[in-house]
Design a protein around this ligand. Structure first.
Ligand code: LRH
Ligand code: MN
Ligand code: MN
Length: 393
């Protein structure tokens, strides 16, 4: 058996200590499926309370210091005041997600719509999101388009690419030099026949046209079954175009379940490529974000569990011994090379992470600490009539 001893123990701890996982504001609101949104007691009534819940996740994990906003779900009058509020809570505002999918005008698409009036409206919203970034100090604008068609012949596939490129060019041109455009792809849904940004290749090609600060966001739930996501990660990192992850897990479609729940081995393989590609370095340019909905489980605890799942996958990926792996690969030792990875994956890293938390002054078990804190019971008393995550809001 090859004993995993990859990075030295202290290097591994240093990486885990600085690991930063961004939370989605929408994970704290009520959510559901097309069939039912289940309300939960104590859910936030506004963006200010969503930040308070995110701060609770950070308080017990020490690894989730920023929150992504979704505009207009998180629309407020004063975004710098919201950023101050985040700071007072010990966290910060991260990525700004645009929303051009929840308006009757977007029935046939947003930036790819054949109607120039609708395209203008969509682009204006994207530009407004850059204004929000200016106020919050955010680096990343994340764009996901629900655009696509349901029937062959419904619209011209190629013209829609032209309209998309034109819109992206205008938004990219509005960014400040320190700001980036994240382009997120998704295989299908809500469009079923053709989606305008269906895969990483399309997103990557548009990013290349735009310039260096246009990067691809990999939402792990947005692929066909059995897609080798770690290959995409390796490819994009090599090309310098992996901008972010939207982590979640799936059994069937875009399920938005807790990351690492459906397939922890896949998450490990992804995190191994992240480590291999140098993206766990202190100056990493990759944003690690959760994009999940907790329809039936408690939301804050669901986020805590997800952060822990990413930490565990990362710790295991850091245990892969690169020298032993390279030796086995060079020797064509198929089973030996595979064993190096499997030995790391099969290591129980929970004690290591518990020690790390204690060293940071945290409870070794964030789930237990949150449960014992009484936070959920307190907000259930204080908050009445919590808001929906955004869907249908
Ligand atoms: C689309 C998506 C995208 C949206 C979020 C709410 O499925 O992954 O990132 O912004 O869900
Ligand atoms: Mn996403
Ligand atoms: Mn999604």
């Amino acid at each position: 058996m090859v004993t995993p001893h990859a990075a030295s123990h202290s290097d591994t701890l240093a990486v885990l200590r600085r690991q930063h996982i961004e939370l989605p504001s929408w994970a704290f609101g009520n959510s559901g499926t097309r069939f039912k949104v289940f309300g939960q007691p104590g859910v936030p009534r506004d963006p200010w309370e969503k930040l308070a819940d995110a701060a609770q996740v950070h308080r017990h994990t020490g690894a989730a210091p920023t929150v992504a906003l979704h505009i207009p779900w998180d629309r407020v009058d004063d975004y710098s005041a919201l950023a101050d509020h985040a700071r007072d809570l010990g966290i910060g505002i991260g990525t700004i997600n645009a929303n051009v999918f929840q308006d009757d005008d977007y029935r046939l698409g947003s930036v790819t719509n054949s109607d120039p009036r609708v395209r203008r409206k969509a682009i204006d919203h994207l530009l407004e999101c850059v204004d929000v970034m200016d106020a919050t100090g955010s680096r990343d604008l994340k764009l996901w388009f629900a655009d696509g068609t349901n029937y062959p012949g419904q619209d011209d596939l190629r013209s829609r690419q032209d309209r998309l490129a034109e819109a992206l060019r205008e938004v990219y041109g509005r960014l400040a030099p320190h700001q980036r455009l994240q382009l997120e792809y998704k295989l299908f849904e809500p469009a079923f026949y053709a989606t305008d940004v269906p895969d990483w290749g399309t997103a990557y090609a548009h990013c290349l046209e735009l310039g260096e600060r246009a990067v691809v966001c990999v939402d792990t739930g947005h692929h066909a079954a059995h897609t080798n996501i770690e290959f995409i990660v390796a490819f994009l990192l090599r090309a310098g175009r992996l901008g972010a992850f939207d982590f979640n897990s799936r059994f069937y479609a875009d399920d938005d379940l807790m990351v690492g729940a459906a397939d922890p081995f896949q998450l490990f393989r992804i995190m191994y490529e992240v480590v291999r590609g140098g993206a766990m370095a202190a100056d990493t340019q990759v944003a690690f974000m959760l994009d999940q909905c907790h329809n039936i489980e408690p939301k804050i605890a669901g986020q805590i569990r997800s952060v822990m799942n990413v930490q565990e996958a990362t710790a295991k990926a850091l245990l892969v011994d690169p020298d032993a792996l390279a030796r086995a690969q060079e020797a064509g030792d198929v089973l030996g090379a595979n064993a190096v990875l499997m030995d790391a994956y099969n290591t129980d890293v929970r004690p290591l992470l518990a020690d790390l938390r204690e060293e940071q002054g945290l409870h070794p078990d964030p789930m237990a600490a949150h449960a014992a804190s009484g936070y959920a019971e307190r907000v259930a008393q204080e908050r009445r009539g919590g808001a929906q995550a955004g869907w249908g809001a």
